[in-house]
Design a protein around this ligand. Structure first.
Ligand SMILES: *Cc1c(COP(=O)(O)O)cnc(C)c1O
Length: 371
């Protein structure tokens, strides 16, 4: 699905030198390169505070820990996402309240959010799925009306630009809510060579608390004000990410070019619905995901595999139908769009190193099976 080896080869000289420098100074934890990456990411995102942490799941957990929620408080999120989003809610003894997504963008449906609000609702976690932002404008309006926190799961859309339809102001995805979260998992759009994550906020008080929570709840060493966790980005990953951050816009452009090629190739096909980009956001195509209408998905994937072409289903089981998250509140049929998507989506390879030949071959293989 991705080609991280070819990508590395192009930046090998820079990356190798940066990694060796960390090793030669042995500043593996909290080296000055960590602080440097933090500052560069703050600048890139146009946000006041970035707090680096161990992975994207920790980032979501830290965000919820910082909001002073009580056991049983409800947090609304989408049923069509990676499990981490709901997992952290459940782990903190909060109540995940799931809602459906929109059929064109696969992102959380703001109308469904508003319907799901109760007196116990405290926060909304929109996921900017596959690389474009959810309808943040509508979500922030709802949050304001009902006094809810917004934590953005931006693990898949780092670098996307969102333009407010009212003010016309453009900002980076993940910087609108109270807290934004991202992941530097290797296959993410800004991927490390191991695990990593970050939370971001413009709020000074939240930033100070997040920083302490990620460091055992302490500010002064061995004095613990909160029950925290240990979650940090190590210096080697920070050194690598700092180099890759400089290429992020170029990487996004390469993904967009590949997506445009696919879109054109599938444009007039009745049984293949290509991904739509909402008007208020750019799309950085963490995934290129098609909806298949009346096509045998397993058969198509096997056909592609027989030609050495990867494909994947994100995500085959909606959260409300996952074994660990079964709940008498939910049953099959509750979220028809999510369920339709889980049954019919397929993602094709998309990454920074795609060539025209590769894409032609993939498109040809898909059409061969479908036609
Ligand atoms: C990858 C991902 C995460 C978790 O990130 P990790 O770094 O793997 O913990 C959370 N949410 C979404 C939507 C993701 O895609």
């Amino acid at each position: 699905m991705v080609d991280l080896v070819s990508q590395y080869k192009k930046i090998k000289i820079e990356v190798d030198a940066a990694v060796i420098e960390v090793m030669e100074t042995a500043a593996f934890i909290n080296g000055k390169v960590v602080r440097h990456f933090q500052r560069c990411l703050e600048k890139y995102l146009g946000i006041k505070h970035v707090i680096l942490c161990g992975n994207g799941t920790d980032a979501l957990q830290l965000a919820l820990m910082a909001l002073d929620l009580q056991a049983g408080d409800e947090v609304i999120t989408t049923s069509f996402t990676f499990i981490a989003t709901a997992e952290v809610i459940a782990l903190l003894k909060l109540r995940p309240v799931l809602v459906d997504v929109l059929p064109d963008t696969y992102n959380i449906d703001p109308k469904a959010i508003e319907k799901a609000i109760t007196s116990k609702t405290k926060a909304i976690i929109p996921v900017h799925l596959f690389g474009q932002t959810a309808d943040i404008h509508s979500i922030l309006k709802i949050a304001k009306k009902y006094h809810l926190f917004v934590v953005e799961d931006n693990a898949q859309a780092i670098g996307a630009d969102y333009t407010c339809p009212e003010s016309g102001n453009a900002k980076k995805a993940g910087t609108f809510g109270d807290i934004g979260c991202t992941s530097f998992f290797p296959s993410k759009n800004l991927g490390a060579y191991g695990d990593g994550g970050a939370v971001f906020t413009n709020d000074d008080v939240l930033a100070a608390k997040l920083k302490m929570l990620a460091n055992h709840g302490m500010k002064v060493r061995y004095y613990h004000d909160y029950v925290g966790i240990n979650s940090r980005l190590d210096s080697i990953q920070a050194a690598i990410l700092n180099i890759k951050l400089r290429y992020l816009d170029e990487y996004s452009a390469a993904r967009q070019k590949a997506a445009t090629f696919y879109n054109d190739a599938f444009a007039h096909h009745q049984k293949i619905i290509s991904p739509k980009t909402a008007t208020f956001t750019t799309h950085v195509f963490h995934q290129y995901t098609l909806v298949l209408k009346g096509i045998d998905r397993e058969g198509l994937m096997q056909h592609l595999a027989s030609k050495g072409i990867a494909s994947a289903v994100y995500y085959p089981v909606p959260l409300h139908l996952q074994k660990a998250y079964r709940d008498k509140r939910y049953k099959i049929g509750d979220f028809p769009v999510t369920e339709m998507l889980s049954a019919s989506v397929v993602s094709l390879p998309i990454h920074t190193e795609m060539t025209l030949e590769m894409q032609q071959e993939i498109v040809q293989a898909v059409l061969e099976f479908v036609n």
